[in-house]
Design a protein around this ligand. Sequence first.
Ligand SMILES: Cc1cc2nc3c(=O)[nH]c(=O)nc-3n(C[C@H](O)[C@H](O)[C@H](O)COP(=O)(O)O)c2cc1C
Length: 172
Amino acid sequence: MINENWYYLLHPKVVTLITTLSKEGKVNAAPFAWVTPLSDSPPLLLVAAWYESHTFQNITKTKEFVINIVPANLKKEVEVCAKPFPAGVNELEKAKLSSVPAKTVKPPRISECMAWIECVAKEIVKKKDEYSFIIAEVKHIEVKRECYENLLPKKDVLLHMGGKNYSTIKFK
Ligand SMILES: Cc1cc2nc3c(=O)[nH]c(=O)nc-3n(C[C@H](O)[C@H](O)[C@H](O)COP(=O)(O)O)c2cc1C
């Protein structure tokens, strides 16, 4: 028997908000921390997502998504986006976040975020009540110049410690 929170040992993880579109074109945004690079070349990443989440369902249908890297000052907004709103509700409106078009995919970027990774799903594994994940190709990245230097964060990025605990990087 292992402690049910064993995976906290692999935290902190960078908090992201993933934006997707439903088949009907409605915007969805939700926090995801279990996002990991899988291969640098070709540029692939993996998102572990509950199969009933709107994010997973939207990606299954429309393939495209944006990973928005969240600054530490958006913790409250992340918690709003994490709520289980009904399908079709735009969490960005609920959290009072604004969006701008992405460059290579249809779902929007979140303006207040620090960086954006535009992705297209290549492989989707759905194991009901066990695990589900998406392997995606990175099509485009962009960062706010004032937030990064050589792709390393200069400004505080929000980190998830597990459960309701958060942290950030402190720069000296
Ligand atoms: C900081 C944070 C990180 C999260 N990371 C994940 C994750 O990696 N995978 C996942 O399936 N759910 C994760 N969740 C839970 C989802 O965000 C939550 O179930 C959300 O309601 C899904 O929204 P959706 O149905 O609009 O996709 C996380 C929640 C928080 C607050």
